[in-house]
Design a protein around this ligand. Structure first.
Ligand code: TXA
Ligand code: MG
Length: 347
């Protein structure tokens, strides 16, 4: 269905009020969160939720996250509530942690994709919070991109994908984190990370005093059903991504130079860009973008999706990028890079 998409200012209370009005009447509004922009709909209204799937071209087998103002909503959406949920919500909410919990009947089947669990998160972004307070409803909100494309971290990214398909976008500037939330399942034998993000396994283990299972990196195709976001090539640019895994600088630089010689654009960390063996050769230096320091994964995460989109739109036929040294938030960055680089047939 085609719609006229209005750009609303997140800094203006009238913009928030209008966004809330649209959402209460079943419309679709993209809004900023601290991770990425979400495409919001009234989360307990099956028709509004159906429209989200239609706008994104998202298969109904892929469940949505319900965004809530606070943990006070949990007893209306989930039950029985696992004992870890309270401490996790107290400590990490509002923030980039999504909890997968047993779902109550009140949650539409479309939201859960027919699973008996529901994913819930309380976002930290002040505009998301103002909107949740104003609508006074849980908002179902996947990332505000076309299915399979890169998540948006600015309002203009949202418009690139969804202009004419949704009712409004609330502009709140660039997102602070830049990668989707950590998804943590609390329904199995032990807490399990389904998608790595800014809240790390270490953060969670330290709070709960138990080891957290991490199966995101090793998820095979049959586990995709459990958290379909782990489908390979879920976060992909249109352009082929060449992933350089070598931790040795000399060999990694050689691989980057070789990719550039074959016409690939380069996504470079500051240290690599400044290395003497990375001086651009010839009169036409390769198309490139800087991702910040290799030792600042938070900075890399913040700018990664914008850089991938920019290289995509500049018409590069391939993009070469190194993995970060592993650990903490770098694992989430590497997870997204690996997915973006996975071959087509793994979609
Ligand atoms: O940071 C984020 O989480 C952003 C912002 C907008 O909040 N949202 C987001 O939504 O990334 P989406 O739909 O793009 O990703 C939701 C992820 C998917 O990997 C989905 O499979 C998983 O959460 N998920 C949702 N419900 C689930 C459930 N019941 N069980 C397991 N995984 C679930
Ligand atoms: Mg998404």
């Amino acid at each position: 269905m085609s719609r006229t998409t209005t750009l609303l200012a997140g800094s203006d209370p009238a913009g928030i009020a209008e966004a809330a009005r649209i959402l209460r009447t079943g419309g679709l509004v993209a809004f900023p969160t601290e991770t990425v922009y979400g495409l919001g709909a009234a989360g307990l209204d099956p028709e509004a939720v159906a429209a989200v799937f239609e706008a994104k071209g998202r298969p109904h087998t892929d469940p949505l996250i319900l965004h809530v103002e606070s943990a006070a909503w949990l007893p209306r959406l989930c039950g029985p509530i696992p004992p870890e949920a309270g401490p996790l919500a107290d400590h990490f909410w509002p923030g980039p942690l999504t909890l997968v919990l047993p779902a109550l009947e009140a949650v539409p089947r479309l939201v859960t994709a027919g699973l008996d669990t529901v994913a819930v998160r309380s976002p930290a972004h002040p505009i998301a919070r103002a909107l949740l307070a104003e609508v006074d409803l849980p908002l179902a909100a996947p990332s505000a991109n076309l299915f399979g494309h890169i998540s948006p971290t600015t309002a203009s990214h949202v418009l690139r994908d969804l202009d004419g398909l949704i009712d409004a976008v609330v502009d709140g500037g660039p997102c602070e984190v830049g990668l989707e939330s950590t998804v943590l399942s609390l329904v199995g034998e032990r807490p399990t990370i389904l998608r790595p993000g800014a809240v790390t396994p270490h953060d969670i283990s330290r709070l709960l005093g138990v080891e957290v299972a991490e199966d995101a990196a090793t998820a095979g195709p049959d586990q995709a059903q459990q958290s379909p976001g782990r489908l390979h090539r879920h976060y992909s640019p249109r352009t082929r991504l060449i992933l350089i895994e070598d931790e040795d600088d000399c060999r990694a630089h050689a691989a980057l130079r070789e990719a550039a010689a074959e016409g690939a654009a380069l996504l470079l960390y500051d240290e690599d860009a400044a290395a003497p063996d990375m001086e651009p050769a010839g009169r036409f230096p390769p198309l490139r973008a800087l991702l910040g320091s290799r030792h600042d994964p938070a900075g890399v995460a913040r700018g990664l999706y914008a850089a991938l989109r920019a290289m995509d739109e500049a018409g590069a036929h391939a993009i070469a990028v190194r993995l970060l040294p592993p650990g903490g938030l770098a694992d989430a960055v590497n997870d997204r890079l690996r997915r973006a680089a996975a071959p087509d047939e793994e979609l």
